[in-house]
Ligand binder design. Structure first.
Ligand SMILES: [Zn+2]
Ligand SMILES: [Zn+2]
Length: 737
C-alpha cells in the first residue's frame, strides 16, 4: 500500500500559539530502552499531541544524533563505515518509535546535509563575533593510521597499582573501573593497528563561555521564571554556573562529523556537544526550507524541549551560549521538561549493559503500545527516580485500565447497543430536562473540575497529573453508573435512564479526547466504537466551545447518533504471563540475544551430533549398547547446558593447524579445556578474554590428542561464510545457563 503524501510543512501563523517541540536526539548506535523512551520521545509526543488537540499550531522535531567517536568506534568493531552504522540504527529507532505511536512532524538525522550548512553558518557567526579562541592540547597520535586516537581507540596496561590489567581502555579500565586519561596508559596501543601511538600537540577551537556569561545568566534568570523551569532543571543549571564557566573545546580530531570550515582546522570536525543540539535546527531545515520562521522568531514561537536530567546543562548553558554568541535573534528555549531516571526491577536500565526492556522487546510481549505508554507515563519520573516492575505494570493494566477505564466505556456502550427492550438499538437517546437530575448535575460539576485540573497540568507539562485527572473522570463515571442504577431506570424511569446514558456516552467521548495524547490507539478505538472519525472528531479547543462542554457532557454527542459495535478495550495480564516476562527479561539484552543465537546454533550442532552422546552430569546411568537409537531423543535443546564462559587463555593446538586449545571459565572451580576449530575464522589475539557461549554437557572428546570438555558456540551468519563473535563487552555472569 502506498503511503499518502506527507502534509505540507506547518509554519508559524501570526496570532496563533506557535509551539516548537523537541526531544533530546537519541544517540544512534543503540536500541533505545524504556527509560530513554519515557525520558524524551514519549513525553514530548504527549505534549505535542496535547497541543494539536487544543488547536495550537505545533510541530514536533526529533531525529537520531549520529556523529562522534562512539559511532566511529562501533563502525570499526562491526567492520563497516560510520554511515552504514547510522543507516542501520536509524531504521531501528524509527521502527521502535512508530510502534510506540510517536507522531513526529519530522524524525530526521544529524548526518543530513542541512546539519553541515546550519552548523557551519553558526560557526562563521561565532568567528566573526570573536567568541572563539585557539588552544593547544596533547593527544595520542597513531602514525600508522595517520590519526589522533579517540580515548576508546587506545588500549594499554592499567596504571593503577595492583591492577595491571593489560587491556585497559583510554577512558576507563574495565577491570578496576578507574577513569583514565589515554596518556596515562602504560604501553598504549592503537586499537586498530596495534602499533604504539605517540603524544602529539594538536590545536583546537574553544567557545569562550566566560565572556558570554552575562548574556547567558540574563537569559537563564528571565526564562527560568517565564518558562516555569522545573526544579531539577534549575538545580542542574545552577550547579554548572556555580563551578564557573570555562572555555569549551568545540572541535575534535575525527572524521565522522561536520567538517570545520576553516583552513587550519579543515581536517577536524565539530565536537558532538556543539553540533548535536544544532540538530534540532537542521532537522527543522530538512522539514521545511522556511525553517527560520520557526527558529528566528522568538516573539511568536515558543520552544519546548524535553530531555533526561543528564542532558540539562547542554540545553540550558551550552546550546543557549552558542545561539547567543551568534548575535542573531534565535528562538531560545522557553520551557524545559526534565525527567529523572526510570529504574528496572532492582537495578538501572542500561544501554551499555543491555539491562531492562528495550524498545524492540516491548513489541514481542504482545502487550499493546497504549498499555506501555500508559504505564510509562503514570510512572513518569518527574521529580524523582521511579521504578519499572512487571508486577506494577500488571496492577496498573488490570485495575486502572481494565477495571476502571475499559469497564466504564464498555458498560455504557454495550447498554446503548442492546436492542430495544433492553437498550437503545445503538442510537443515542434524546434527554431533555437534564437539569432535573441532581446526580447528573453533580457528575457534570466533578467532570468539569477534573477537566480544569487536566488543562492546568498539561499547560505546565505536568503530564502525570494530567493523566491522573483524566482517569479520575472515568472513576467518577463508574460511580455515577452504579449510583444511578440505570438498569432499573430503563423500565421504571426511562426519561432519567436516557439522561444517564446520553451523559455517559458524552463522558466516553470526553475520555477519548483527553486521553488521546497518552494513548492514541486507545482513543482511535473508542472513537471507532462511537462511530466517529479520529481525524475530524478529536479536538478539544476553547474557540470551538469544546472545553466549555465539559460542564454539559450530555451535549458532546447529539441524540439520534448511531454508535458502532462495542468490544472490550483491554485484556487482563495474568500472573503466569508476568512471571514469564520477568524470567525472559532477566539479565542483559546481549545475554538474551546470545542465548537465543546459541540455542539456534546448538540445534544445528545437535543435528550434526547424531551419534555423539550428551553426558547428563554425574548422576548419569551406565551406558550400554543401543546408543544410536537413544541419541535422537536425547539431543534436544532443552537438555543442552549452554553457559556463558570467559576464555582465560587460548593457544594454537600443537598438532593441528585448524584448532585452538582454550581454557574457558564456565563458572566452575577450574576452567575447562576446550578444543575448537576456529583458526580460520578468528585471529588468536581475539580469542583472549572473550566471553563466549559454551555447550557444557557434551561427552569429552579427544581432538588430536587433547581432550575437549565442552564446545564453543560461535554464531555464524546465515550462509556460514563468516563466524561472527557476539561482541560481549558486558559483565555477564559466568556460568549462567
Ligand atoms: Zn585497572
Ligand atoms: Zn593505528
Amino acid at each position: 500500500m502506498a503511503s499518502p503524501p506527507p502534509p505540507p510543512p506547518k509554519l508559524p501563523i501570526p496570532g496563533r500559539r506557535n509551539i516548537l517541540i523537541t526531544s533530546a536526539l537519541p544517540y544512534v548506535n543503540n536500541v533505545p530502552h524504556l527509560g530513554n523512551i519515557i525520558g524524551c520521545v514519549l513525553s514530548a509526543d504527549v505534549f505535542a499531541r496535547y497541543c494539536r488537540l487544543r488547536g495550537y499550531n505545533a510541530i514536533y522535531i526529533c531525529g537520531t544524533d549520529e556523529y562522534g567517536t562512539a559511532t566511529e568506534t562501533k563502525a570499526l568493531e562491526e567492520k563497516c563505515s560510520p554511515k552504514e552504522i547510522c543507516d542501520k540504527y536509524h531504521v531501528i529507532h524509527d521502527e521502535v518509535y512508530k510502534w510506540f505511536d510517536i507522531k513526529f512532524d519530522k524524525f530526521g538525522r544529524t548526518s543530513a546535509p542541512e546539519q553541515t550548512e546550519v552548523c557551519q553558518a553558526i560557526f562563521h557567526k561565532l568567528m566573526e563575533s570573536k567568541w572563539l579562541t585557539e588552544n593547544t592540547m596533547q593527544q595520542l597520535y597513531c602514525d600508522t593510521c595517520e590519526r589522533f586516537l579517540a580515548d576508546r581507540l587506545v588500549e594499554g596496561k592499567c596504571p593503577t597499582e595492583g591492577c595491571n590489567y593489560e587491556a585497559a581502555r583510554g577512558d576507563q579500565c574495565e577491570n578496576c573501573s578507574k577513569l583514565l586519561n589515554p596518556t596515562e596508559l602504560i604501553d598504549p596501543k592503537c586499537k586498530v593497528c596495534k602499533n604504539a601511538p605517540r603524544i602529539r600537540d594538536t590545536d583546537h577551537l574553544f567557545l569562550e563561555l566566560p565572556l558570554l556569561s552575562d548574556k547567558l545568566v540574563n537569559y537563564i534568570n528571565n526564562t527560568s521564571v517565564a518558562g516555569m523551569w522545573s526544579q531539577n532543571a534549575i538545580q542542574a543549571t545552577n550547579a554548572w554556573l556555580k563551578e564557573g564557566l570555562k572555555q569549551r573545546c568545540i572541535t575534535r580530531d575525527l572524521k565522522w562529523g561536520v567538517p570545520v570550515p576553516h583552513e587550519k582546522y579543515k581536517d577536524k570536525v565539530f565536537y558532538v556537544w556543539f553540533d548535536a543540539p544544532i540538530g534540532y535546527i537542521s532537522i527543522t531545515a530538512s522539514y521545511t526550507p522556511d525553517w527560520e520562521k520557526w527558529w528566528k522568531d522568538p516573539d511568536n514561537v515558543e520552544l519546548f524541549q524535553f530531555m533526561g536530567k543528564d542532558n540539562v546543562p547542554f540545553h540550558t548553558v551550552m546550546f543557549p551560549s552558542t545561539l547567543l554568541g551568534t548575535g542573531e535573534n534565535w528562538t531560545m528555549m522557553k520551557t524545559i521538561s526534565v525527567t529523572e531516571y526510570l529504574n528496572y526491577e532492582a537495578g538501572k536500565f542500561s544501554k551499555s549493559h543491555g539491562i531492562g526492556v528495550f524498545g524492540n522487546d516491548a513489541k514481542t510481549t504482545n502487550i499493546p503500545s497504549e498499555v506501555w505508554r500508559y504505564y510509562l507515563l503514570m510512572n513518569r519520573p518527574e521529580v524523582s527516580d521511579t521504578l519499572f516492575t512487571w508486577a506494577d505494570l500488571q496492577a496498573k493494566l488490570n485495575s486502572e485500565l481494565l477495571n476502571n477505564l475499559g469497564n466504564f466505556i464498555n458498560r455504557v456502550l454495550s447498554f446503548v447497543a442492546k436492542p430495544a427492550g433492553g437498550g437503545y438499538d445503538s442510537i443515542i437517546p434524546d434527554a431533555p430536562n437534564v437539569e432535573s437530575h441532581p446526580l447528573t448535575n453533580a457528575l457534570a460539576e466533578k467532570t468539569n473540575k477534573w477537566v480544569e485540573q487536566y488543562l492546568e497540568a498539561m499547560e505546565k507539562v505536568k503530564l502525570k497529573q494530567g493523566l491522573k485527572s483524566a482517569m479520575a473522570i472515568s472513576s467518577d463515571g463508574n460511580a455515577y453508573l452504579q449510583e444511578s442504577q440505570f438498569w432499573r431506570l430503563y423500565k421504571e424511569d426511562p426519561a432519567t435512564c436516557a439522561i444517564v446514558m446520553k451523559t455517559s456516552v458524552g463522558v466516553v467521548y470526553l475520555l477519548a479526547c483527553l486521553l488521546e495524547p497518552f494513548m492514541p490507539s486507545f482513543s482511535r478505538e473508542v472513537l471507532h466504537q462511537l462511530n466517529m472519525s479520529p481525524d475530524e472528531d478529536l479536538s478539544f479547543c476553547d474557540d470551538k466551545g469544546e472545553t466549555a462542554k465539559a460542564k454539559r457532557p450530555w451535549d458532546f454527542i447529539s441524540a439520534g447518533h448511531k454508535i458502532g459495535k462495542p468490544v472490550p478495550l483491554f485484556k487482563e495480564l495474568k500472573d503466569e504471563q508476568v512471571e514469564a516476562f520477568r524470567i525472559k527479561f532477566a539479565g542483559s539484552q546481549a545475554e538474551r540475544i546470545l542465548k537465543e543465537q546459541a540455542e539456534a546454533e546448538a540445534k544445528k550442532v545437535a543435528e550434526k551430533l547424531k551419534g555423539t552422546k550428551l553426558s547428563e552430569g554425574s548422576s548419569k546411568k551406565k551406558q550400554s549398547g543401543g546408543l544410536k537409537s537413544k541419541t535422537a531423543e536425547e539431543v534436544s535443546v532443552a537438555k543442552l547446558d549452554i553457559r556463558v564462559g570467559l576464555i582465560r587463555k587460548a593457544e594454537k593446538h600443537p598438532d593441528a593447524d585448524s584448532l585452538y586449545v582454550e581454557e574457558i571459565d564456565v563458572g566452575e572451580e577450574a576452567p575447562r579445556t576446550v578444543v575448537s576449530g576456529l583458526v580460520k575464522f578468528i585471529p588468536l589475539e581475539e580469542m583472549q578474554n572473550r566471553k563466549v557461549c559454551v555447550l557444557c554437557n557434551l561427552k569429552p572428546v579427544a581432538m588430536r590428542g587433547i581432550k575437549s570438555h565442552a564446545m564453543v558456540l560461535a554464531a555464524s551468519n546465515e550462509d556460514h561464510t563468516k563466524l561472527s563473535w557476539l561482541s560481549l563487552q558486558n559483565p555477564l555472569l559466568l556460568g549462567r545457563g
